[in-house]
Design a protein around this ligand. Structure first.
Ligand code: MN
Ligand code: MN
Length: 318
């Protein structure tokens, strides 16, 4: 063998880091899936750091070998996947940031791609829901979180922050009230009204207490029944997971899901009409062993696998 032609594949720890070493493609095009970073954390209410989330998730994605044994699919082979880079966020201006997210998301969705967005704090879900609802109509939303994020405002007069995206989305008619499910809600609040307000908005709130009291198969059956054939947007706040498994986040709440439980809950969506995903609130400064971003990268792998399975079962494509 000539040394001139000897080009072994790069090992996972080498090379320039995109998500799972997928091609860097910042210009919207007709790929199956674009993975988009939103390094914005100026609307967190406690400790920040999620602006570094997309970078950490990309780094920890390098160990995703490619075949999903649980869902029996190789998403990177079944789909054309690109890393779309990061949105041009404006750290001092949430409205300008939201406009930039909407503009970027709209371009990709118009090109025919599906988006998996890496946060960033949870405020970024609102502009993403706007663009997805513009394409698909009111969305079924599966919302993993310790917190309902349906406060009217966290700071007087401020309508937009990481604790308000879902009240705004409900007000704007982006979510189908019959199919808005919150999973993993727990922890102290300022009073009972916090949960009452979320329920009045129409959320089906499955608290951690309820989840622990029921069989997982029963919860999964309810989720699938409520969503049915609606277009489904999955928004995953990593603080839905217990801080023992995901400490790298800004507002941790003890008593949450295990890593394995959330993998199972995401996999149970196979066959549903998934149209978009986000994975938010990973804060690398509080994640010294990278355990949180490893889990986050694996959740993105599950999202990709769901999209790959949808394509497999529908000859017309995604
Ligand atoms: Mn949360
Ligand atoms: Mn949240």
């Amino acid at each position: 063998m000539s040394l001139m032609t000897y080009t072994p594949p790069l090992p996972p720890f080498a090379g320039i880091c995109t998500f799972a070493r997928m091609p860097f493609q910042p210009t919207p095009s007709a790929v199956d899936v674009a993975i988009l970073g939103v390094p914005y954390d100026s609307s967190t209410s406690y400790r920040s750091g999620t602006r570094l989330g997309p970078r950490a998730l990309r780094e920890q994605s390098l160990l995703l070998w490619g075949y999903n044994n649980a869902l029996q699919i190789s998403p990177f082979t079944a789909l054309t996947v690109v890393d779309a880079g990061d949105v041009s966020v404006v750290p001092v201006d949430i409205l300008a940031t939201h406009r930039a997210i909407e503009s970027t998301a709209e371009s990709w969705l118009n090109a025919g791609a599906k988006l998996i967005t890496l946060g960033g704090d949870h405020s970024i879900a609102l502009p993403l829901l706007r663009r997805h609802a513009a394409v698909y109509g009111p969305l079924a939303v599966l919302h993993f979180d310790a917190h309902p994020d349906t406060w009217d405002s966290e700071y007087p007069g401020q309508k937009y922050s990481h604790g308000t995206p879902f009240i705004r989305a409900m007000e704007e008619g982006l979510i189908d009230r019959e199919a808005y499910i919150q999973l993993g809600i727990r922890g102290p609040t300022s009073g009972p009204q916090d949960y009452v307000d979320a329920l009045h908005l129409g959320a089906r709130m499955i608290t951690m207490d309820e989840f622990r009291q029921r069989a997982m198969a029963d919860v999964i059956a309810e989720i699938r029944q409520r969503i049915g054939t609606r277009p489904l947007y999955v928004t995953f706040d990593i603080d839905g997971v217990d801080p023992a498994f995901a400490p790298g986040t800004g507002t941790p709440e003890v008593g949450g899901f295990t890593s394995y439980e959330v993998l199972q809950l995401v996999r149970c969506l196979v066959g549903l009409n998934c149209v978009g995903f986000d994975l938010v609130e990973v804060s690398p400064p509080f994640d010294p062993t990278a355990i949180t971003s490893i889990l986050g990268a694996n959740l993105v792998f599950e999202f990709l696998s769901l999209l790959a399975r949808s394509r497999q079962s529908s000859p017309a494509g995604l």
